[in-house]
Design a protein around this ligand. Structure first.
Ligand code: ATP
Length: 363
């Protein structure tokens, strides 16, 4: 059969390595040649040493590592047709017509465009003598299966994206560490977590850490937020609590769309309540560290399903994204999910929050 290539693109997340590993091993198990493409689309465009055949052992001892061992990148060249033409040539020369892309909605959009253009790219390669007539015929269809690696859980169609659970572990560890010192000194802690359009990490972290208040992009606060916050904090203190925890998502805003920042929240608590207040910005720590058991298993299951999807694809099978739906790995139409995800981002930007939450659905 034709070769399968796997690559990671866009922001990294914990569990991507488990997915890469599963693709390689499932592919080899089914008798395919499997390739790594290093550095995302840039490696596909540049070819050479960036596209290497994988073997069973080349994915040993990676499942426990965060990030992506095959490298990820953002690539300008792939956004333009000449870049995609070079990428197509590099794949054909190695007999690759199956792609597994692990990335965000941008990366999946790029893969879809590549498939839409595939025929015309091959025509151009043929007419300029870069591939033969036999190659044009033999490699006439490109198959694509995607998986979403993102700590934000911001993709429509899947209950969980690869990396979200590990990021939550990081956040909870950090909050637990802070709680003991906050308790000792009766402090208030404000924790800023990632999530520019999606408050999932903030909300789940708040629930799991018994936080007193949470600010998220989907639920902008009204003009009374300062009073409401102070009232709640005082209420907890007078009930005997020795500390307060406030979680602020990066993208938190008020009803007018103005950002609510950790600094602003701190100023309110200090000015109004005179509480000893500290801010912790977790930043890239959330992306770091070892993947959780959940993300390892999620990556494994999705990777295996992606290969199955490619093996069952016929010439006119549309690209799919492998998703988690009620603890089942399922295949959904890739562009439908991408379009819905982008519609959510648009609704958020236009401050149509109910529409955004509606569109996003269960996840
Ligand atoms: P993250 O959510 O972490 O940002 P992402 O996959 O959405 O991940 P992008 O930077 O949007 O990240 O996309 C990654 C790469 O995918 C781009 O650098 C580019 O090479 C390719 N890509 C994205 N959108 C397109 C597009 N419309 N056409 C062609 N290629 C694209």
């Amino acid at each position: 059969g034709h070769g399968i290539a796997v690559f990671t693109s866009g922001g990294d997340s914990q569990g991507m390595n488990a997915a890469v590993r599963a693709v390689v091993r499932m592919g080899i198990y089914l008798g395919c040649k499997v390739y790594f493409i290093k550095e995302g689309y840039q490696g596909m465009v540049d070819g050479g040493e960036n596209i290497v055949e994988a073997n069973w052992a080349s994915v040993s001892s990676i499942i426990h590592r965060g990030g992506t061992v095959i490298g990820s990148a953002r690539c300008k060249d792939f956004r333009e047709r000449p870049g995609r033409l070079k990428a197509a040539e590099n794949l054909i020369k190695r007999g690759i017509t199956n792609l597994v892309v692990i990335g965000g909605d941008g990366s999946l959009t790029g893969a879809n465009l590549f498939r839409v253009e595939w025929s015309s790219l091959l025509d151009e390669l043929l007419s300029t003598g870069r591939i033969s007539t036999e190659e044009r015929q033999k490699y006439k269809s490109l198959h694509i299966a995607g998986m979403v690696g993102s700590i934000d859980n911001d993709f429509c169609g899947t209950d969980m994206t690869i990396g979200t659970d590990s990021a939550l572990h990081r956040i909870i560890e950090a909050i637990d560490a802070i709680v003991s010192t906050a308790y000792s000194h009766q402090r208030t802690f404000i924790m800023e977590v990632m999530g520019r359009h999606c408050g999932y990490l903030a909300v789940v972290a708040a629930l799991a850490s018994e936080a007193d208040y949470v600010f998220i992009p989907e639920d902008p606060v009204n003009v009374h937020w300062k009073e409401n916050l102070c009232k709640k904090l005082l209420q907890e203190r007078s009930a005997g609590q020795r500390l307060n925890i406030i979680i602020v998502a990066e993208g938190a805003i008020d009803r007018e769309g103005n950002p609510i920042t950790a600094e602003m929240v701190k100023k309110v608590v200090v000015d109004e309540l005179k509480q000893d207040t500290r801010i912790t910005v977790l930043g890239h720590v959330q992306r770091g560290g070892n993947p959780s058991a959940f993300d390892r298993v999620l990556g494994c299951r999705m990777g295996a399903e992606a290969v199955m999807a490619l093996m069952e694809a016929t010439d006119d099978t549309e690209p799919c994204v492998v998703s988690l739906d009620g603890n089942q790995a399922v295949r959904l139409p890739l562009m439908e999910c991408v379009n819905r995800t982008q519609a959510v981002a648009k609704a958020m930007a236009e401050r149509k929050f109910e529409l955004a939450v509606d569109l996003r659905g269960r996840s």
